[in-house]
Design a protein around this ligand. Sequence first.
Ligand SMILES: [Zn+2]
Length: 372
Amino acid sequence: MKEDFYDILGLSKGATAAEVKKAYRKKAIEYHPDKNPGDKEAEEKFKKAAEAYEILSDPDKKARYDQYGHQAFEGGGFGGGGGMNMDDIFSQFGDIFGGGGFGGFSGFGGGGGGRQRRAKGSNLRIRVKLTLEEIANGVEKKIKVKRKIQAPGTTYKTCSTCNGSGQVTRITNTILGRMQTSSPCSACGGSGQMIDDRPAEADMQGLKATEETVSIKIPAGVEDGMQLKVSGKGNEAPGNGIAGDLIVAIEEQEHPDLQREGNNLHYDMYVSFSEAALGASREIDTVSGKVRIKIEEGVQSGKILRLRGKGIPSINGYGTGDLLVHVNVWTPKTLNKEQREFFEKMAKDDHFRPNPESGEKSFFEKVKDMFS
Ligand SMILES: [Zn+2]
């Protein structure tokens, strides 16, 4: 059962807006975490009081609460327990205590001392075009990258604003007593260091632009649109900061003959009527060199020959795709007189009438056997 909001603030039902405000100020001061360090119960009461005030300080919400109790807010935006976090509560303080001095408050959770932030240099992005062969075999690319590095001769000194701690602590006298506010130092960006001296070529951060050749190892099996990260090869950061990363976007160049589908490759092979009838031998390009393919006599158009392991290796190292050779029988679009007579003679021959049922399966098995 949820505690009554009036009870939480020590009020009786129907208290006025002024009474609510006064009661909440009292509770907020009593249970403020700065006055009760490490006291979970006080923090809980502090939150509950804030939640009660959130409702009772709003005339509309107060009217709904007076009529329906907690049910008025169930399932709504403010339902359930723990609906407010400390930031909400402190932003609420503005209208109770006046002034906006609580903006940077971050004293909760304890142990906030001396945290330095190491600045990180910005990331760089490049695109790398790869051929299908390079993708199939993996490749090392040497690429010129324009990046910022720390200019030699730049010297640093301890930030005078935060004395090197990276944090600025402010003591504010408030109605709640002396409050300690700490936030990252804006003068040094939280690093605790500032530039003392820099050469003329350096920018405000003591960095200068250079062109560097970066060697990038690209593993076999990458795909168009994939991004690889080369740690620390982005722009450097000033002082004790860490360099950003170099993000390499993969672009796959189209192959003149091979089409990629996942890790499998497809190749369209065209054979003539005669080759289909008599059989043939063809040399084709694959990603791992030329391969001679034997076309059995009597091959049907649309047959697929599978060359196991002649595709793209999986980027995870689990196996390699296949090369699928699609056999297409090429039909001439025009015929001269003799050719026409030849085919007209054939057309009357029952032997050339399509008869897919007979021997079709055994043929396919034969092709499979040939490449297994
Ligand atoms: Zn500083």
